[in-house]
Design a binder for this molecule. Structure first.
Ligand code: ZN
Length: 192
């Protein structure tokens, strides 16, 4: 996909944004009924392997608000796919969670990423309910945020799902239309 890249420092801003674009395209292309408002991918710069993931319901009978986050799913796929964390960049549409949450079926995505050895992150937007960019850097992440206005706008609109409809974010009735509406702004330029 991206040729002649070997190390994270070789990745240009537009190449990171291309990966973010592909991550949004992954969300857009999810089958009806499997839509998710957060996507994550992990790209191994050395082998050029890439995995795409999104948040998924834990389908827990006792708690129907329980989720596996996109980063958790991406790390799982990356490790199964033999992606080397030290040679990889994590792309997220929203920066990783840090806080405790009873709506999450695992430890925080920040802990999961750090424990697995992932340091490089390019994100669509910083989740200020969780941390600032400085805080993420203090924790050991080498994190960049997209400067592309279009990608930034789409990621922020996806995030607004949590702000504007907190009580609905675990129900599906509005989710499909919400996503279709936002992601239609994403042009069909590339191939996944
Ligand atoms: Zn998370």
């Amino acid at each position: 996909m991206i040729e002649q890249l070997r190390y994270e420092s070789d990745l240009k801003e537009e190449e990171k944004d291309f990966l973010l674009y592909q991550t949004l395209l992954h969300l857009k292309n999810l089958p009806y009924g499997e839509k998710s408002v957060v996507g994550a991918s992990i790209y191994d710069i050395e082998t050029q392997r890439i995995v795409y993931a999104n948040s998924v319901s834990a389908n827990d009978e006792r708690n129907d608000n329980l989720w596996y986050h996109a980063e958790y799913m991406a790390v799982k796929l990356a490790l199964e796919g033999l992606i080397n964390p030290s040679k990889a960049i994590v792309i997220t549409t929203l920066s990783p969670c840090i806080n405790e949450s009873s709506y999450r079926a695992h430890e925080s995505c920040t802990d999961i990423l750090l424990e697995a050895g992932f340091r490089n992150i390019h994100t669509g937007m910083i989740d200020r309910r969780q941390a600032t960019l400085d805080k993420y850097k203090q924790l050991g992440f080498d994190m960049t945020v997209t400067q592309d206005p279009k990608l930034s706008k789409i990621c922020s609109e996806l995030d607004s799902f949590f702000n504007e409809k907190p009580s609905n974010h675990l129900q599906n009735f509005n989710k499909q239309d919400f996503l279709e509406d936002i992601l239609k702004e994403l042009p069909n330029l590339g191939t996944v």
